[in-house]
Design a protein around this ligand. Structure first.
Ligand code: 2HA
Ligand code: ZN
Length: 276
């Protein structure tokens, strides 16, 4: 089967374009990765190069040894993925110790996988364990309203989770575990990858202060939907704060507890603190 015709490559391209259309991917901002299923690798195996040069990942992900990933290319624009996917994205294979990768398909005009490869792979490794292999998608985008909030809210998991939950009733249902916040750090390296993957042990969402957001999920729809929901709630908060610094009424801690009962959720009490 042609690599471009596979359902997972088509889903990846659609998600990348959906993100671009949201305005989350100026220039080369953002990156996306997908951990292939064994049967997906088998369906395209004859089309993969197996003589590429190994390059260091920049970190160790032994839990992902031998796995294949579809990733966006470093410096490539999300805008161009739907126009020329083979130039903008790549399938990479990890070696048998999880320290090196090689390109097996794509990036036909040259290039390397995303500059955030270390973060993507460390998040995949954590999520593979935490979800028994069900999470396969890691998505990073420059979500405008969520970024704006990192300039005016305290950079704590508790405050971000509570404020986002309050702005849309669906939020505690969509991300009941809450969200984590990484303080400003230099992007592209191992340190920010370690900090993000630590948060991914607890949450499916990690916000990078003054930069963007990372989301993890089972498939393209759920992962995009998660980021969209968080960002929509952030937009409502930005609009509300722009009208007035004070809410006249809001969803109260007891309302969340009632919601948790009806929707059969566990909402950690540390997010339901008393604000008065
Ligand atoms: O340029 O978003 O964080 C890609 C990025 C780096
Ligand atoms: Zn970024």
């Amino acid at each position: 089967m042609k690599v471009l015709d596979t359902v997972f490559v088509q889903g990846f391209i659609k998600m990348a374009n959906d993100g671009f259309m949201q305005g989350w991917h100026e220039r080369n901002g953002g990156n996306l990765s997908y951990r292939l299923k064994t049967e997906e690798v088998d369906s395209i195996r004859t089309r993969l190069f197996t003589n590429g040069e190994w390059s260091p990942i920049g970190t160790k992900v032994p839990g992902l040894a031998g796995e294949f990933f579809l990733v966006t290319g470093s410096g490539k624009y999300f805008r161009n993925i739907i126009v020329d996917p083979e130039a903008c994205i790549a399938i990479i294979e990890l070696d048998n110790i999880g320290e090196n990768y090689r390109i097996c398909w794509g990036l036909v005009d040259g290039g390397r996988p995303t500059s955030e490869l270390a973060s993507h792979l460390m998040n995949h490794e954590v999520k593979k364990i935490a979800t028994n292999g069900s999470h396969r998608v890691i998505y990073h985008a420059h979500t405008t309203n969520t970024i704006a909030l990192t300039f005016v809210l305290p950079l704590s998991d508790e405050v971000f989770t509570r404020e986002l939950w309050e702005m849309a009733t669906e939020c505690p249902v969509v991300f009941p575990d809450g969200v984590g916040v990484v303080p400003w750090m230099v992007p592209g390296g191992r340190d920010i990858a370690v900090a993000t993957s630590e948060l991914m042990k607890k949450y499916d969402v990690a916000i990078w202060a003054h930069h963007g957001m990372f989301c993890s999920g089972i498939d393209f729809d759920l992962t995009f939907g998660l980021m969209h929901t968080v960002e929509k709630s952030a937009e409502i908060l930005v609009k509300t704060l722009s009208m007035s610094p004070h809410k006249l009424q809001t969803i109260q801690p007891q309302n969340f507890r009632d919601l948790a009962v009806d929707f059969k959720l566990t909402l950690p009490e540390r997010f339901l603190y008393d604000k008065n």
